[in-house]
Design a protein around this ligand. Sequence first.
Ligand SMILES: *[C@@H]1O[C@H](CO)[C@@H](O)[C@H](O)[C@H]1NC(C)=O
Ligand SMILES: *[C@@H]1O[C@H](CO)[C@@H](O)[C@H](O)[C@H]1NC(C)=O
Length: 366
Amino acid sequence: MNYLVLLATCYLSYFSVSSSSELQKYEAIFNFGDSLSDTGNFLLSGALAFPVIAKLPYGETFFRHATGRCSDGRLVIDFIAEAFGLPHLPPYLAVTKGSQNFQHGANFAVAGATALDPDFFFKQNIGSILWTNDSLSVQLDWFKKLKSSLCKTKQECDSYLKKSLFVVGEIGGNDYNYAFFVGGKINQVKASVPLVVEAITRAASALIEEGAVELLVPGNLPIGCSAVYLTLFQTPNKAYYDPRNGCLKAFNSFSKYHNAQLQRGLDTLRVKYPHARIIYADYYGSAMRFIHAPDHHGFYSGTLTACCGGGGPYNFNNSARCGHTGSKACKDPSAYANWDGIHLTEAAYAHIAKGLIHGPFASPPL
Ligand SMILES: *[C@@H]1O[C@H](CO)[C@@H](O)[C@H](O)[C@H]1NC(C)=O
Ligand SMILES: *[C@@H]1O[C@H](CO)[C@@H](O)[C@H](O)[C@H]1NC(C)=O
């Protein structure tokens, strides 16, 4: 092979998250989750709690207009779709517009969504702070409704769904966010972890019963490194911070606790459904790579400070959140891992996706 061609090939595959040819083909991808993977449902449902995602700077980097994604550009699910040569997933709620084609999959994720049903939060008198009632079980019902339009006979459905990838999550992060943001203590919130994990594994089981065979189930991100947590729970006590990265240790331990329980839940599912391929996606580990070595991954402005915000030590200001008066976006979002204090930049999502698709952060490998 010509040396120059070889060089050019290496160069290309280095800069795209993936070259699709090497990966197993899926016919469709169905995604369930929250703002980490919502490609427009929350916006289509009105986005009352977070209307700023309807305008720039949201979407500025890749789409050049706001799409309803809670980032400057593409999300992990977009990079996964690209890696398998599939179109970016259309949001399910565009179904009412009639023009959408869901043959290559659909996205049911809604920003603010919880794994547990709203009832759980209303019973604790914090239901009113939920951004949305479109919890995981609602998203599952949407899938069942859509399924009848995608395939007819059981045989046809089985063969179509067998060739589809089901991404269940990340979901559950908001169940904890809501609790922590109203003052819940770590030990109290820990009590809800088994319930959240059960809601996730129950949804995965339901999908397998519907015909899903390949499932990817992501865990939670290191929330102790998130600008909103670092701001709300900042303390002069240095012992609370991880000296290697400046993250809040107790909240990262919390994420790890959730992730460990989730993996145990997936192990149980694998025993129950030996024909299914249930893949755990280690978002925590994949994100930790760039949190430990920001410069090495191109995050020259660090990974803890938000690109878009209204001031404060982590550029997260609840009175001037990204998109609101008093906030502004940085010049180069790709130098930041954190986009708006809560969500990550396209650059960070690209790294996480790369870690799943090529790296060691999907087990078993995708
Ligand atoms: C969720 O449902 C409750 C009860 O029906 C309702 O009061 C509340 O406004 C809904 N929340 C949202 C964000 O739609
Ligand atoms: C947060 O935003 C408010 C409203 O714009 C502003 O008055 C305040 O100074 C900001 N706080 C910081 C720490 O920049």
